[in-house]
Design a protein around this ligand. Structure first.
Ligand code: BG6
Length: 470
């Protein structure tokens, strides 16, 4: 749809950017922090571990001053569960509470609204040893952790996100390092975990409304519009299949408290549907999110997978690369899209499509909690980083967000990934996303100096002009 006049970004639009605890903080065992699954996972060869990351734990004041210089209205970060409760349950670590109190106060000093993810891929390792999310007791552990953080930070944190990319932990946990593929029927296990996470999410949303005055909370999945590879009816069905198991399973549950019918029939067909206990569906209905937060990097294109298809096994891939699932869908190439250096398709128009689709389905305000370009940045003479490719990516996505707003989508904020360089989920430090360069390599920590990239100055002006000058 073409518009004669485009709407402006709303006056109080939440411009900001995002990080997650294990990818940015470092200090992996400092001041009483317990190990998370990210500290104990087997790392892909040639990639840095998360011991130091960007050392934000020790540099948070300097980093937040730089965020303020860019004019951030909000900053999305995650709380490390094992900094707060080192063993997943039981004793609370006061030093962990102190760190986040200081961080939140520092943000408040600059009028930056904290947007807090409760759990971003870093389950306490002690809980993982007891079965992780397959063990129903992890639901209670999460709710207890939620109670502690609402109680300690709820006076200043009003925007909460429950679980980052639950859908990617189920579909691509092996790449992210949240799942051990060793067990017998990994998919059955995963959909049981998914059910438990859904319960945990619904219970914490309810708890947030009870404990946090004026608190707002929502889910934070990774959502991509799905294109059929052609108008062939079977390809369209394949796109519907993937849509159901990648996107709507998660959002239908978060918003309506019900299993998406196509996703349920997929699980039934494969014999991987979760065990639902008495009272679960009632709990799931009680969630009631205030908004939907979502991460967007690109769209996905799929085609039919016949049941005797040799390519259609659900293997490999990562958050943005859909491989296939026998008899359900097959990942396909999209000739209309370019790719990043790391093979992810770039689709700004698909961003508008995704925004419209989510808003049309759920009619809740939206917040974009990730969007960005992972690239090899080059530190040039005079401490400059000319990341025009990143500016180009973000500019095109912001343009489309503006069009989506003109289309009628209620968009509250935009937080690209990432505020500052950090370690990628499975591709190390060399895959950079930040507006701020951190001077370290994969294995050489150098001086961890912070350097403003060209995109830093560009984004500063975007925010200053409330999205008018991009
Ligand atoms: C999302 C995650 O999947 O994408 C982030 O929420 C992640 O944690 C980001 O870093 C980019 O992915 P990657 O694999 O390039 O780090």
């Amino acid at each position: 749809m073409y518009h004669k006049v485009e709407n402006k970004f709303p006056k109080n639009f939440l411009w900001g950017a995002s990080t997650s605890a294990y990818q940015v903080e470092g200090a992996y065992n400092k001041d009483g922090k317990g190990a998370s699954v990210q500290d104990t996972k087997v790392l892909p060869e040639g990639t840095a571990d998360f011991k130091v990351s960007s050392d934000h734990y020790h540099h948070y004041k300097e980093d937040i001053a730089l965020f303020a210089e860019m004019g951030f209205k909000t900053y999305r970060f995650s709380i490390s569960w094992t900094r707060i409760i080192p063993n997943g349950t039981g004793e609370v670590n006061e030093k962990g509470i102190e760190f986040y109190n200081n961080l939140i106060d520092e943000l408040k000093k600059y009028n930056i609204e904290p947007l807090v993810t409760m759990y971003h891929f870093d389950l306490p390792d002690v809980l993982q040893q007891r079965g992780g999310w397959s063990n129903r007791e992890t639901v209670d552990a999460f709710v207890e952790y939620a109670r502690v953080i609402f109680e300690n930070f709820g006076d200043r944190v009003k925007y909460w996100l429950t679980i980052n990319e639950q859908n990617m932990m189920i579909l691509h946990g092996a790449a992210i390092g949240t799942v051990n593929e060793g067990c017998e029927d990994i998919q059955k296990e995963l959909y049981q975990q998914n059910h438990h996470m859904m319960l945990a999410q619904a219970m914490t949303m309810k708890l947030c409304h009870k404990m946090v005055e004026d608190g707002k909370i929502g889910p934070a999945p990774n959502i991509s519009a799905i294109y059929p590879a052609s108008p062939k009816p079977e390809d369209v069905l394949a796109a519907q299949n993937f849509n159901a198991i990648r996107n709507w399973l998660y959002l239908d549950m978060a918003v309506y408290g019900r299993y998406n019918a196509i996703a349920w029939s997929y699980m039934k067909e494969k014999g991987i549907e979760p065990k639902i206990e008495d009272g679960d569906m009632e709990i799931l209905k009680g969630g009631d999110p205030d908004f939907i937060a979502f991460n967007y990097y690109s769209t996905a294109t799929v085609k039919e997978s016949k049941i005797d298809d040799s390519e259609g096994k659900f293997i490999g891939g990562d958050q943005q690369i859909a491989t296939g699932d026998l008899g359900v869908f097959n990942g396909a190439h999209n000739d209309f899209l370019e790719k990043t250096e790391f093979g992810w398709e770039i689709d700004p128009v698909g961003f508008r499509t995704t925004l419209r689709e989510i808003y049309g389905r759920y009619n809740l305000p939206l917040i974009v909690t990730e969007n960005g370009l992972g690239a090899y940045d080059n530190l040039e003479d005079g401490d400059t980083i000319n990341d025009d490719y990143r500016i180009d990516y973000l500019r095109k996505h912001i343009e489309q967000a503006k069009l989506a707003i003109t289309d009628g989508v209620e968009l509250l904020g935009y937080c690209p990934w990432s505020a500052i360089d950090l370690i990628s989920t499975h591709q190390g430090f060399k895959k950079r996303y930040g507006f701020i360069y951190v001077n370290r390599d994969e294995f050489d920590l150098k001086d961890l100096r912070r350097i403003r990239k060209k995109s830093f100055f560009w984004y500063k002006n975007v925010i200053k002009s409330n999205g008018e000058e991009i």
